[in-house]
Design a protein around this ligand. Structure first.
Ligand SMILES: N[C@@H](CCC(=O)N[C@@H](CS)C(=O)NCC(=O)O)C(=O)O
Length: 370
């Protein structure tokens, strides 16, 4: 039923809007690689990092996931078309346990999320790629970020999977059981996120026959409601958050071990040896997210991870795609990072954005809007 892929892409682009070409001015090259993403989404950060690292011009559509623009029928239809071809289960349709990670391997495909890549390079049909790991692997194929050497490839695959399994949503939505250092405004606002998502999805479902009329879209919205309900119910399980912290720590310990192994080999800076690969970029995005949420205590006893974080978070692609990307969630630990790399004024301004959002949310709470 989704035979005209170019029309699907054009409809989704028109529906989402917020279009810009990045980086540079090669509009013709940029028009062939289209990324639907959100400034605040960790999965989107991975894709942007790879695009900036490879210096690939792309068309950016910044999807406002806080306003639930990712539930627009034209955007969901694009992902449904890719899901149909994937042969994977749809997230929310089977009986699995929500562990707080958004991994497709664990949950299936969610047709209502970012990021989505459309690759229109070449003469054939546009290729719609969903899932951040798949998008990055698609972009990195044949580059030095995914080396062919089997030993390195195995380490890189392991880290791609490990980062995918980190329960970022659990740590963002619920904080963590050991130290909840999330920015205050985020704690207040995010607490209502799952119920807001369910309400927005139900509103879309109620529009069936008015603004859309496609059984596959109905299926995608219903599956997303089920998946989101799992997320809403998960924290009532006493071990949910401790398991999320334990899982994250186990990923960091694995990173520490791989970095230490190469140090013994002669002081390499990277996860799989002497050159930067996908493993380093993915782990850097992971570390930045943990830092932003106030979790750098997690690597206080992991010296190789600490040194790696210092190096990788100064890398230009990470700076541009993640740390200073317009619309990124501000936080005090990130302000410190910006002060270190870009100077006092830049860090000071970032810190004031935290103050501004805290004050705004405080006032919204006073008048019953938050
Ligand atoms: N496994 C997917 C997960 C995608 C995902 O969960 N995206 C989140 C942001 S990181 C999202 O769009 N959330 C908005 C929502 O669920 O409404 C990937 O890596 O691309």
């Amino acid at each position: 039923m989704y035979s005209d892929v170019r029309k699907l892409v054009a409809d989704a682009q028109a529906a989402i809007g917020h279009q810009t070409e990045v980086p540079g001015s090669d509009a013709s090259a940029a028009s062939k690689l289209v990324l639907f993403h959100s400034p605040t989404s960790v999965c989107s950060e991975k894709c942007r990092t790879v695009l900036f690292e490879l210096n690939l011009p792309f068309t950016s559509h910044a999807v406002n996931i806080l306003a639930h623009d990712n539930y627009h029928p034209a955007y969901v239809a694009l992902r449904v078309a890719a899901w149909q071809q994937s042969g994977l289960p749809m997230a929310g349709e089977s009986d699995y346990e929500w562990t707080g990670s958004s991994s497709v391997a664990a949950n299936g495909v969610d047709c209502c999320v970012v990021p989505t890549l459309v690759d229109m390079r070449g003469d054939g049909e546009p290729k719609i790629v969903i899932d951040s790991s798949a998008i990055c692997e698609h972009l990195m194929a044949g580059t030095g970020l995914l080396p062919a050497d089997p030993h390195k490839a195995a380490i890189i695959e392991k880290h791609i999977k490990l980062v995918d399994e980190v329960p970022h949503p659990a740590l963002l939505y619920e904080g963590n059981s050991v130290h909840d250092n999330r920015p205050w405004f985020a704690k207040v606002m995010i607490g209502k996120a799952h119920s807001g998502q369910i309400a927005a999805l139900k509103k879309r479902l109620a529009e069936k026959g008015k603004t859309w009329d496609d059984p596959l879209l109905e299926r995608a919205y219903k599956a997303k409601v089920n998946k989101t309900k799992k997320g809403l119910a998960a924290p009532s399980k006493p071990t949910y958050l401790t398991a999320a912290v334990d899982k994250t720590m186990s990923v960091l310990k694995e990173l520490e071990a791989d970095l230490a192994a190469h140090d013994a080999d002669g002081g390499s800076s990277y996860v799989s040896g002497d050159s930067i690969t996908a493993a380093d970029l993915f782990q850097a995005v992971n570390l930045h997210r943990l830092l932003l949420l106030g979790n750098s205590w997690m690597w206080q006893d992991l010296p190789h991870v600490a040194a790696f974080a210092d190096r990788m978070l100064s890398r230009p692609s990470i700076q541009k795609a993640v740390i200073t990307y317009p619309g990124m969630i501000p936080s005090r630990p990130t302000a410190d990072l910006i002060t270190k790399d870009q100077g006092f004024i830049a860090g000071f301004i970032h810190g004031r954005r935290v103050d501004f959002l805290n004050s705004l949310v405080f006032v919204m709470r006073l008048i019953g809007m938050a």
